[in-house]
Design a protein around this ligand. Sequence first.
Ligand code: ZN
Length: 393
Amino acid sequence: MRHRNFLSVVSMTRCHCCGADAVNLLTSFAALDRVSSDCKPIMPGGEIGRCMVCGTIQKPKTKALQSVTDEIYASYDVYYQGGGSDQLVLDSRDGLTKRRSDVLVDRLRDIGVLGLPGEVFAGQSLDVGCGNGAFLAAIARKAPAWRLNGLDLDDRHAAALERIPSFDRLITSDIQNLTGRYDLISAIHALEHFPDPAAALVTLRKCLAPEGKLFIETPNVAENPFDIVIADHVSHFTPATLTALLGRTGYHVLSVETDWIGKEISVVARVADEAPVLPPTDVFDIDASIAWLRNIQEEALALSNSHPIGLFGTSIAATWLAGSIGTQRIAFFVDEDPARQGRTHFGKPILTPTDVPMQSVVYFCLAPAMAGKIAAKMSRLGFVCATPGQARK
Ligand SMILES: [Zn+2]
């Protein structure tokens, strides 16, 4: 009998998290279509592997990866489907839909990261990969005494940043040249993009004030299989592999949460006083994620054989699936976000759930934890809800 894991291992490359020459590459990934983190389809042909020492799932640093990421960043659109507005997410504490940056700043305030309750602390903050400043603007709204700084690849969002009250400075130098002393350094969906995350974390640690905090928000690959097909995500963390990386780079992790934002990891850390106790090597099964994604493609192809189908969502997962099965198989997209409704995606209309024609089939291309819940909510609207794993015809 063939053993899939054994056969798919082709070579070992160097881990960009722990430095060991121990990353097993999986050939099964090369056939998967990909998507950029700003929601554009990317051709198949990538490489991915898992480090046998630290467990981190990662894409090896190759010229091919460099040219794909260069191309993506050269024309990057922040939340382009939402017209540049901050993404809306569900706050798990009260079930309300809010701007994601507001949810994160509220959580940070609650655990004292932006100063203790009732205290006015005029700290210095730096947001790494600040984009158009959605997170900094949320700090300005909720902790107005803080001085705000941003670091990004270029100054294309300088005007938007200047409009944020208490914004001080945009830094566009390489992260390795960063200096200064900050009371809070945040990296929201940034760490997974860094070609050398370990070196970046060491640099950031040197720029933390003595009581300063580092806040990392990154996708949780253990809950979101779609993360691996995002071409410009170079590392794919689980809570355990991110905790290990922070320990190796001189941090003491204060909190690791997976429910602040669904399918994401939220970590707060400070500079470590002593050598960390690293968690056991994570054994996340990336082969299972690749198989699950292939199954999704096959289900969507089968469902759309006779008639084009609707796809739920317009962001990463739905864009990846539409790109991989072909847009001629898609009749429309469905999105709950009012900022996206009424627009088009791949030239197909984006409908509100209540406008979906009766009897049409909508495929819920979502992570396992989300698909069933959302499809159940929509099932009374009269269209056919197909979810991954249950849609094979
Ligand atoms: Zn490693």
